[in-house]
Design a protein around this ligand. Structure first.
Ligand code: SMO
Length: 783
């Protein structure tokens, strides 16, 4: 870390983001900004019913070559995502619906015109003859319902996957003095990145290549998918993700529209674009999160947990997304539900249920927002049952720092952490006693105040073994980065992860700077193009700074060793005698800059030995954490709420976040990730829900009826850090992308339940809308 001390650009420095200038000036390049001669725009005709048999799709007269249905796309394979777990039911998702429609918004026909409006006009002229079938809308009911019609007839059930694990709950259930049972519902949500999906595909005659620009987190995986589904060699496909306006998981899976646009470009050797509008986004693409929990906690009379029995139902929607399937939620929920707590007896049964809604897609926090909600609310309920302070009971149940690494009863291995220290830090920021005094002194008509805490863990950068446990054995545990020293002493860094708002162009440059001392302004981070970057599964699971950051450091280390030999030769000393610091090789009798060594290596090779010029200054480094079961970031959120009983309005009076993501490469970016995640978590808690009626019709199709948190809804957040480096990664880095979105619903609901505790009233379903809060207050007043 010596370079950082000297230049303020290395690990730990608050470097302003290199990408901000173009975005602040409106000069980012998103797919909708692209211009291309002859570009045609695409609109999809989408199913108006949730479940039905397609009798006919009628193309308008004279629309030859402008309207396409499944029959036209016969060469495109259906999307069939699979996992290697025994009870899994797979499904075929055709790029345009085939035989049946299974959710409102499923693409049925594709229309092409010179502009989007004309393409939409064309879509209106397509006739659809669909025999409606009863829609499966309630996953919890469908779970236990053996009767059809099923979404996928061949299954003979509604179940995508069932899992069960039990470390011995029966014994505890017989003997535990305290038993608390609760049910929870986490609503279906939509991710709503600023930029929805967008695809622009064309044929490149020069290279004989299908080029697909797509708004994705995972360009290399999408290339693999497009090649496989269209029957092409991978060298014939190039996938580019230019500026991408947020992903949150929505863009880590293959979209049917990506295949459709690829087929158009391949078939007509011309450019086509589809830009998802907000209505399409809300109703057909980006659904996530919907879980139902039935939890029984067993505890001693002090509230120490003896066991947890959890039944988890996941509403998976219509199909399994490629490549992660619909099962990521259920498998992760079962494995991670114990969270930071030390109990041993654990039973988790999961049911992943197909419904006539859009396919569930992983969303920031994947499953953990739901399990944290279920676990933390249950813990507070246990505390109330034994008549103790929830924070005290929480603290006594946390895994001790000395117990690390700790294997949870769910099978997860936690690497390192001070969970109680995190809670203590939050307790140091929020005066629980003051809330208790206000509660005791409350006069009729005054706000109901409450305080709530939630501890969470965030598995990040998990590798092969962690994914294999979820039946997904394809995730390499190692990550590459390629670096090239340019003749002027600048550096190009190529990574297969993809930055879509995380600031990787800055943070990865800081890591290279840490090793080589090159000014970050002279380091270009290249990402988002399969032609230019090494293969990677991409950006998801809070993995990029840990994995690609480690790989950049490895590659730069190798480069530094090669350069050191040349520097030593030039300084007439032994390689062991030179030391690299702040971009300068220092020898016993002089020093030479990295940039000067670069210039000599490329342009004055006669000054080096022939052997030295055989060692390329382009290096690919690989990085694998010492464990591939995940690194565990964690933290605590603490909230004080005040509820006006007359109007059922909830004010967040105070919000404190403590987080530990290990070594922070760029604290500014860590803060941005944490605040942004918390905003999404507050949306989950208080505002966001994609409702459906009994026929499977989505009841929100604009941002006027799907509510998102804006600046006015955001409380001031006080952020505190613990920084315990991971023993398993380069520099001790752990991921931070998802953590902020995990505990807000748990902490906020715990605060509300604390406010209502005097009457034994609890809320347990997200979002806590004014209507739900009003009902809770009415129950509180009646008690
Ligand atoms: S929800 Mo994420 O892109 O793992």
């Amino acid at each position: 870390m010596n370079a950082e001390a000297k230049t303020g650009q290395g690990i730990g420095a608050r470097v302003l983001r290199k990408e901000d200038a173009r975005h602040l000036h409106g000069r980012g390049r998103f797919i909708a900004d692209m211009k291309m001669a002859g570009l045609k725009e695409v609109a999809f005709l989408r199913s108006p019913v949730a479940h039905g048999l397609i009798r006919a799709v009628g193309k308008p007269a004279g629309a030859e070559g402008e309207v396409f249905t499944r029959a036209d796309l016969a060469r495109v394979k259906p999307i069939r995502s699979t996992i290697q777990l025994p009870t899994f039911n797979g499904s075929d998702q055709h790029p345009l619906a085939c035989g049946k429609v299974r959710f409102v918004g499923e693409p049925v026909a594709m229309c092409v015109a010179s502009g989007r409006a004309e393409a939409e006009d064309l879509a209106e002229q397509v006739t659809l003859d669909i025999d409606p079938l009863p829609a499966v809308v309630d996953a919890r009911a469908a779970r236990d319902d053996g009767a059809g019609p099923f979404l996928h007839d061949e299954w003979g059930s509604h179940l995508v996957l069932t899992t069960a694990l039990d470390t011995g709950i029966d014994e505890v259930a017989r003997t535990a003095p305290v038993k608390v049972t609760r049910s929870y519902h986490m609503a279906r949500q939509v991710m709503n990145p600023l930029e929805g999906k967008a695809v622009l595909a064309y044929w490149d005659d020069l290279k004989g290549q299908l080029v697909v620009y797509t708004s994705t987190q995972v360009p290399h995986m999408i290339r693999t998918a497009i090649a496989e589904h269209l029957g092409l060699d991978q060298r014939e496909v190039r996938v580019v993700a230019p500026d991408v306006g947020g992903g949150f998981g929505y863009k880590c899976v293959l979209q049917a529209e990506e295949l459709c646009l690829a087929w158009l470009a391949l078939t007509f050797r011309a450019p086509f674009r589809w830009t998802e509008d907000r209505r399409e986004h809300l109703t057909s693409g980006a659904n996530c999160r919907e879980h139902v929990y039935e939890v029984t906690a067993y505890a001693d009379t002090q509230g120490r947990l003896l066991g947890i029995d959890a039944d988890i139902t996941v509403d998976a929607g219509a199909y399994s997304v490629w490549p992660f399937t619909a099962c990521l939620e259920g498998t992760m929920a079962a494995r991670q539900l114990p969270g930071p707590y030390a109990f041993r007896a654990y039973r988790a049964r999961t049911w992943t249920v197909a419904t006539n809604k859009p396919s569930i897609v992983p969303y920031r926090g994947v499953a953990r927002t739901g399990i944290c909600f279920a676990m933390e609310l249950t813990l507070d309920a246990v505390a109330r049952a034994v008549g103790r302070e929830p924070w005290q009971v929480r603290r006594e149940n946390l895994i001790a720092a000395e117990a690390m690494p700790f294997t949870s009863p769910g099978g997860a291995v936690y690497d390192i952490g001070n969970y109680a220290g995190s809670l203590d830090m939050a307790l140091g920021e929020i005066d629980v006693g003051a809330v208790r005094r206000r509660q005791a002194a409350r006069q009729a008509g005054e706000p109901l105040v409450g305080v709530g805490f939630a501890n969470f863990i965030e598995m990040t950068a998990h590798g092969t073994r962690a994914f294999a446990l979820a039946g997904l054995p394809f995730v390499p545990g190692a990550e590459p980065a390629a670096v090239r020293l340019t003749p002027d002493g600048g550096l190009e860094v190529r990574v297969g992860v993809q930055s879509h708002g995380q600031g990787m162009e800055t943070s990865l440059a800081q890591i290279a700077h840490e090793v080589l001392g090159i000014d970050v302004a002279r380091i270009a981070v290249v990402h988002g193009d399969t032609e230019l970057t090494p293969f990677s599964t991409g950006t998801y699971a809070s993995r990029s700074i840990t994995m690609a950051g480690g790989a950049v450091a490895e590659a730069c280390d190798q480069l530094a060793r090669r350069l050191a030999k040349a520097a030593a030769h030039l300084l007439q000393c032994a390689p062991e005698q030179v030391e690299l610091s702040a971009g300068l090789f220092r020898g016993p009798s002089g020093d030479i800059a990295v940039s000067e060594v670069a210039r000599i290596w490329y342009l004055k090779p006669e000054l080096l030995t022939p052997q030295m010029s055989l060692e390329s200054l382009e290096v690919t480094g690989m990085f694998r954490p010492k464990t591939d079961t995940g690194q565990y970031s964690y933290g605590t959120h603490g909230v004080v709420v005040a509820i006006d009983p007359a109007t059922a309005t909830l004010a967040i009076e105070d919000y404190v976040i403590v987080e530990d993501c290990g070594t922070r490469v760029n604290p500014l970016i860590v803060e941005g990730q944490t605040y942004g995640g918390a905003a999404q978590g507050i949306g989950t808690a208080l505002l966001e829900e994609m409702p459906f009626d009994g026929a499977g019709q989505p009841l929100a199709s604009t941002l006027a009826d799907y509510l998102m948190p804006g600046a006015a809804e955001m409380p001031p957040i006080r952020l505190r850090h613990l920084e315990i480096p991971s023993p398993n990664t380069r520099f001790g880095i752990k991921g931070v992308g998802e953590g902020g979105a995990i505990p807000p619903p748990a902490a906020i609901f715990n605060a509300v339940n604390d406010a209502l505790a005097s009457a034994g009233v609890e809320v347990s379903a997200t979002p806590l809308t004014p209507r739900r809060l009003f009902a809770a207050i009415a129950a509180w007043e009646a008690a």
